[in-house]
Design a protein. Structure first.
Length: 77
């Protein structure tokens, strides 16, 4: 299709390190998302973040951890 495709590769050891750095270890696995980034974001990347629900967000080395304590999305029930 003529479009560039980006690929992120992590070794097994790197993935284990990400799991070890999980800032929400008490979170149920089905309530946690890890977004993998291609490079380290600026320290203030989340400075203007507004969280409409009870989600918790933590920026790490090259990962963004998002904990949804109830369910994903802005509407709480």
């Amino acid at each position: 299709m003529g479009k560039p495709v980006g690929v992120l590769l992590r070794t097994g050891a790197e993935l284990e390190a990400v799991i070890a750095r999980n800032p929400f270890p008490e979170a149920a696995p089905n309530r946690l998302i890890i977004m993998f980034l291609d490079r380290a974001p600026p320290k203030d990347a989340l400075a203007d973040l507004v969280i409409p629900g009870s989600e918790r967000v933590k920026l790490d080395v090259r990962e963004l951890f998002i904990h949804y304590p109830r369910r994903p999305g802005p509407i709480e029930s």
